[in-house]
Structure formats: C-alpha cells, structure tokens
Design a protein around this ligand. Structure first.
Ligand code: NDP
Length: 377
C-alpha cells in the first residue's frame, strides 16, 4: 500500500473519533516582563505549559518544598532543585513535564555548587532550615552562613528575585537559638540583596508535617510547658500558593510576609481536636524544662534520628508573635484555611480500621455514631 492510500484509509476513522482537536492558536500565550526587563514567554497548555521562568528552590526536598515545586513545575516553570541526598529528591521529578525538574548536587559550604544552581534562574527560593543542630551543621551554619552564601550568589548573578523563607517569631533577642538565627539570617539576606522577599510561615500543617503527625503519632507526646504555646497554624498548600504568587507579583520584592492561619490555638487545644478526630487520646507526659532540656541536648548528641531538641523545648515557652507591619495572605488575595476544617483529611489514617472510611461528621453525628458502634461491638 502506498503511504497516501494508507493515510486516506485512516482519515475517516480519525474524524469519527471524539478526540479533541488540539490547535496551537487556542493556547493562551502571554509575554511577561521581569523586574529587570527580561521578556518571559508563557504558553498555557496543561501539563505541557511553558512557564517561561526558571526557578531555583533550595530546600525543596523538605516538607514545604514539594508544595512550591509542584505548583511551579506543573505550570511549566523550569525548576532547578539543589539536593544533597539521592533518595530525598526523587518524588519531585514527576511534579512537572519531562525536562521541567532539574536536579543539581549542592553543598551548603560549597560556594561553587550554590552559584552553579542559581546562575540561570529568574527567581531563587530559599527554604533551607533545620529545627535542631546536627553533627555537621549548627543552627548558625544553616540559617545565617548558608543564607549568606546563597544571597551572595543571587547578587553576583543579578537574579531578578530572591524569596527567603524564615520563621514566625524570628527575633534577635529571642531566648530560642532557632528564632535568633532565623532573624539574623533575614538581616544578612537583606544586607546583601535588599529586594529579598522574606516569608515567615506560622507552624505549617499538611500530610508530611511535624505538627499533626507528632500529636497523632504512636509515640508519647513529651512536653515541658503543658502544651500552652499559642500559634496560628497555616496550611502547606496556602504557603505554596503564596510562594508561587510572589513569582508573578513583583510588588512583593523587598517585602516581609507573615503567613498564618485564620484561627489561633494552643497546642493543648489542638491536641484535644486531634484526639477527637482519631478517636484516641495519646499519652502526654510533661517533664520540667530544667530536666528535659539537658536530656534532649545529651540525647541529640548520640542519637542519629531526629528527636525533640533542647531548643524546641525552649520554643514551647514562646507564643507565636506576628509583626503588625508585615504583609499577610490578604495582600496576596489568598483566604487561608482553618486547620479544623482539614483535620479529617490529614488524620483519617490514624483512626482505628473500624472508623477508617467514615465521612467527615458533625459533633452530633459523632455522638450518635459512638452509640451505634457500641451496640454492634
Ligand atoms: P524541612 O526540615 O522539612 O526541610 C528542610 C530543607 O532544608 C530540606 O530540604 C533539607 O535538605 C534542607 N537542609 C537542611 N539543612 C541543610 C544543610 N545543612 N545543607 C543543605 N540543605 C539543608 O523543613 P520545612 O520544609 O518544614 O520548612 C521549610 C522552611 O520553612 C525552613 O526554613 C523552616 O525553618 C521554615 N519553617 C517551617 C515551619 C514548619 O512548620 N514546617 C514553620 C516555620 C518556618 P535535606 O532533605 O537534604 O535534609
């Protein structure tokens, strides 16, 4: 059969099928101009969109990282992911189309590797942070010296935007070393690159968080302050959305954002809500600070998996503070989600199997259901 005859034979079948005809002129094209006047072509076309921008995301292998990489890569932004451990980065590859997610090996002390990661980008996000000191890096190394090297590389290659993720309650005079070093890191970033956008998230909740998973997990909850610390938990998806908006909104350059949820809770209140949602109360042990701090400090030196650090014990005694001058979700036109409305979604896996696939319930229904389960037990 000749090629033409074969094509003619195929044609009617193709026409008869209900496949949508993809036509380039229906795709939405747009040219954006960056802060420094660079034209960026964006073409929207589902997973194969061209986002135009190139973004480097330091700390993408952590909990929050996936929520920004996912948003950027699926909109066609080329994401450069500096990483240090092969296995920690694999889940990010599928966030975007082929070639959208690019990995680069990096060490926080190796300036050349940092420069290599940022030099082709239009925006750099820094999400690197640690709750506890490790054998090779203390909090100052990660939150101050690391930030310094990244900000210097950003300034050297004249990158358009730098978004630095700090922390709520960052304060130079804080009794917690974590908050102190985070505040110092903000200062360093701003002194090297004045247009740095600083983002201070409240304690973040989501599937991989260290908040709900700690309260609902199988181990005993050990605290020092009877869970009295007060904070406004924020949803990881909201923070991801805010970070993405900052890429497209150049008025956010040089601003500080406090990203926190709509409702404040003490840890004890949250613990009670978690208990109700998973139908069990985890054992809570309170150990005085003067005992727990040295124990945590000592254990952290010899145990190689993360446990409650002595600085985290100190942080239990500090309520979250919000800078009233900073911008918030409102300035980004985002309505943050209340943790209460998401508890079922994130905690259903912690329920016993007899409750597992029940739909979300109102308080009244829950009481009735308990009665019903009691009858069939
Ligand atoms: P994670 O601990 O989950 O992730 C931290 C990231 O930083 C990881 O990618 C980790 O890389 C990287 N990192 C840590 N130390 C180093 C180092 N020495 N060298 C290179 N990379 C390093 O943090 P989250 O995703 O939860 O948080 C992101 C940012 O937001 C952090 O700066 C954190 O302090 C801040 N924040 C988080 C809050 C929360 O509730 N989660 C609340 C307030 C602020 P690797 O995977 O290789 O270890």
């Amino acid at each position: 059969r000749s090629g033409a005859a074969f094509t003619a034979q195929l044609r009617p079948a193709t026409r008869a099928s209900n496949l949508p005809v993809v036509c380039r002129r229906y795709l939405n094209e747009d040219v954006r101009i960056t802060r420094t006047g660079k034209p960026i072509l964006t073409v929207s076309g589902g997973r194969s969109s061209i986002g135009g921008y190139t973004a480097t995301i330091f700390g993408a292998t952590g909990f929050l990282g996936r929520y920004i990489v996912n948003r950027l890569a699926r909109n066609g932004v080329t994401c450069i992911i500096p990483f240090r451990e092969e296995m920690a980065k694999r889940h990010l590859k599928v966030a975007g189309d082929l070639g959208r997610v690019i990995f680069m090996e990096m060490d926080l002390r190796n300036t050349a590797s940092i420069e290599e990661s940022v030099r082709h980008s239009d925006i750099v996000y820094n999400l690197i942070g640690r709750d506890y000191p490790t054998k090779n890096f203390d909090l100052e190394d990660v939150h101050v010296h690391g930030v310094e090297r990244i900000a210097e590389a950003v300034a050297k290659y004249d990158i358009d935007r730098f978004v630095h993720v700090s922390s709520h309650s960052a304060n130079l005079d804080s009794p917690s070393e974590f908050y102190r070093t985070k505040a110092k890191g903000e200062q360093v970033a701003r002194s090297i690159y004045p247009e740095t956008t600083i983002v201070r998230p409240a304690p973040v909740f989501g599937f991989e968080d260290r908040l709900l998973n700690r309260l609902a997990g199988a181990t005993n909850v050990i605290t020092s302050n009877y869970m009295q610390e007060y904070f406004w938990p924020v949803h990881s998806i909201d923070v991801g959305m805010a970070l993405e908006k900052m890429l497209h909104d150049d008025t956010t350059a040089g601003e500080t954002f406090e990203l926190y949820g709509p409702t404040g809770y003490s840890m004890a209140e949250l613990n009670e809500l978690v208990g109700k949602e998973i139908y069990k109360q985890r054992r809570h042990i309170n150990i005085p600070k003067r005992l727990l701090k040295p124990i945590a400090h000592y254990l952290n030196k010899y145990i190689w998996w993360p446990i409650h650090s002595s600085d985290e014990v100190e942080r239990e005694f500090i309520d979250m503070t919000v800078d009233p001058k900073a911008k918030t979700f409102k300035d980004l036109e985002i309505e943050p989600v209340d943790i209460k409305s998401m508890l079922y979604e994130y905690l259903k896996g912690y329920r016993s199997s007899q409750y597992y696939d029940l739909p979300p319930m109102t308080e009244r229904e829950k009481r009735e259901e308990k009665k019903y389960l009691h009858v069939i037990d």
